[in-house]
Ligand binder design. Structure first.
Ligand SMILES: Cc1cc2nc3c(=O)[nH]c(=O)nc-3n(C[C@H](O)[C@H](O)[C@H](O)COP(=O)(O)O)c2cc1C
Length: 188
């Protein structure tokens, strides 16, 4: 059987990016659990062409590759920095270009980073409804981190390490369902 493809997408264009590091840590842990391969995307280098893409069918190669990777993943890790209380505008634009049925039943883990603990509910008020629109299979544990959870942009606090592990375990558990039921994803 083909190895599971775990795709992470961090809606950040910073370098280094705490969001990318967080998404990458969850994706890497899920890859270890499932024996799959993880690939992580972000918005660095895509901002100009992404904003100019109004139709996925005419997307330039970098944007098309991102949309295809998200749409074709077996397991997804989706994260965004908080901008003005919610996910970023260009992050949302990526999802505006994705087919409404492309993520149906797809297992997804959610993550976000912010400057303040006060905006942790972006996970439940922003990201979770967005992925629910697509009828994705969202795992219960979502991971939020602020600056104090990171050392040199790498997740380091015991709390965030524990939540990364829990989220990745829940996401990996969904891979057994994918492998065990004769490919229900193909029906979507
Ligand atoms: C334009 C902008 C708006 C922001 N708005 C918020 C906000 O409303 N709430 C918050 O907690 N942090 C806010 N932040 C801080 C970022 O969410 C935070 O630094 C985040 O971890 C950056 O992620 P990154 O390292 O992946 O770029 C904002 C940052 C920027 C640049």
């Amino acid at each position: 059987m083909a190895r599971h493809r775990i795709v992470g997408f961090a809606g950040s264009f910073s370098n280094p990016s705490r969001t990318r590091a967080l998404v990458g840590a969850i994706a890497a842990a899920a890859a270890r659990h499932t024996g799959g391969v993880a690939e992580v995307f972000d918005l660095a280098g895509l901002t100009g062409e992404l904003g100019a893409t109004l139709d996925a069918r005419t997307a330039p190669p970098g944007v098309a590759r991102l949309i295809a990777a998200i749409s074709e993943a077996d397991l997804l890790v989706i994260g965004s920095p908080v901008y003005k209380g919610t996910y970023g505008g260009l992050f949302k634009h990526v999802f505006d270009l994705i087919e409404p049925k492309a993520l149906r039943d797809k297992p997804v883990a959610l993550a976000a980073t912010g400057g303040s603990e006060r905006h942790a509910l972006v996970l439940d008020h922003g990201l979770r409804p967005l992925l629910a629109f697509f009828s994705a299979d969202i795992v219960p544990t979502a991971v939020y981190g602020t600056e104090s959870d990171f050392t040199d942009a790498v997740p380091s606090s015991p709390q965030i390490i524990e939540r990364i592990a829990r989220s990745a375990t829940e996401l990996s558990g969904r891979s057994a369902a994918i492998a065990g039921n004769g490919g229900w994803r193909a029906i979507a």
